[in-house]
Design a protein. Structure first.
Length: 404
């Protein structure tokens, strides 16, 4: 008996039909990928590969979507295949570096890094080789901890201890890795192994790359972590007058089912990354580079677009490229500098916020199209204030719960 054929449609066009025309399918897939419709784009790339398994462009893009989905073993295998077919493929080499970084394959990454031209993971070969014989991110302690905030504004801050030193304050920031202020790293004698160039909204800076032997968070010990420095000027002050000594970002949070509970004023870390968790709202998640969580959202009347989910924006709730603000019907003053605005409606997945405080001129220009697809906005601190915000890296979703 004949089985019904499953047909996938992309904006009303059957994927099976496009597959009969590989050039059209590839071009349509690239268009979908650039605007962040990763699933539909990948369906077309796979159709091209079904006809031509060695189609380098389709294979590289299929590997890229797999990496965005954080399916690291498959992504690494596909990227190695791309580089066997085309050793000089720039994007595949950069993506392989990110896959190795996120897989903790530090020895292989140390050998690859010198050949990665731009936007390599925040690491140096010497730093990576310092982990030889040491398994990074070894976790011990209770199954789950709840660490109270020392402050919620301008960003959530928690206490943590490094290498047995007295506890210090760190701000939480999903737009960051694990970072220490330079003078604090010096005081603790953190070994450093060269530097890369770090980029923040404050500009570029030397990011010295080091290794922390133990990070203690609420009774959990995380052993052997890569770390980098940030300028001493990047500090926040808590109500009791203490200042932060660095940032805890996605390179740490991704080891757990991690919840930044704004209403409950606590960071919750669950070692069971697949623990069941209900949510009031949810959004899909992808992961690009070495530490950038992405999702889908909207601004005012605009169609769905890719958002960078960066909690470290301080007293604003949203920023975006100039093109997004303009398309959303908002006036943006000419010239440089930042300007406060109020965004009528911002969504992230099923979560909706209205009258969101925003800021023009704060979105890094290089970030909008720097990854081969357009990032159209950045929801941040004030957007998330009503929620217990969970990053579920095992199931690649963002959950937002409101207090019962």
């Amino acid at each position: 008996m004949n089985q019904p054929t499953r047909r996938i449609f992309v904006k009303g066009v059957a994927v099976a039909g496009l597959a009969a025309h590989p050039v059209q399918a590839r071009d349509k897939a690239d268009e979908l990928f650039h605007r962040g419709d990763f699933d539909a784009a990948n369906a077309l790339y796979r159709q091209v590969l079904a006809r031509d398994p060695d189609h380098v462009h389709a294979l590289a893009q299929h590997a890229y979507v797999t990496l965005l989905e954080d399916r690291l073993p498959v992504a690494r295998r596909l990227l190695h295949r791309v580089l066997r077919l085309e050793p000089g493929h720039v994007r595949a080499r950069k993506n392989l570096a990110d896959a190795l970084w996120r897989s903790h394959a530090f020895e292989e990454l140390a050998a690859l890094l010198p050949s990665v031209r731009d936007d390599a993971p925040s690491a140096t070969p010497a730093q990576l080789r310092s982990f030889a014989g040491r398994r990074p991110y070894r976790i011990s302690g209770p199954g789950s901890v709840r660490i109270p905030f020392a402050a919620t504004d301008p960003l959530p801050m928690v206490e943590a201890s490094l290498n047995g030193a007295p506890p210090a304050l760190f701000f939480l920031d999903t737009g960051a890795l694990f970072a220490l202020n330079e003078d604090y790293a010096d005081r603790l004698g953190i070994p450093m192994y060269g530097h890369t160039t770090g980029r923040t909204m404050y500009g570029e800076h030397k990011a010295y790359q080091g290794r922390v032997d133990r990070l203690t968070l609420g009774g959990l010990d995380i052993e052997r972590l890569p770390v980098h420095t940030i300028p001493d000027a990047i500090r926040l002050t808590a109500p009791d007058g203490r200042t932060t000594q660095g940032a805890i970002g996605t390179s740490v949070l991704a080891r757990f089912l991690a919840t930044i509970d704004y209403p409950g004023r606590a960071l919750v870390l669950n070692r069971n990354r697949r623990a069941p968790l209900a949510a009031t709202h949810s959004a899909p998640m992808w992961f690009v580079g070495d530490h950038f969580p992405l999702s889908h959202g909207t601004v005012n009347h605009l169609d769905k677009m890719v958002f960078f989910v960066d909690t470290g924006g301080g007293d604003i709730g949203f920023t975006a490229p100039r093109a997004t603000f303009t398309a959303a019907g908002m006036e943006v003053p000419e010239g440089d500098g930042t300007h406060p605005v109020t965004v009528e409606r911002v969504t992230l997945g099923s979560a909706v916020r209205e009258r969101v405080p925003g800021l023009t001129g704060a979105f890094p220009e290089w970030f909008e199209n720097g990854f081969g697809f357009r990032i159209g906005g950045l929801p941040t601190h004030e957007f998330f204030r009503p929620y217990a915000l969970t990053f579920d890296f095992a199931r690649m979703r963002i959950l937002m719960n409101t207090p019962s």
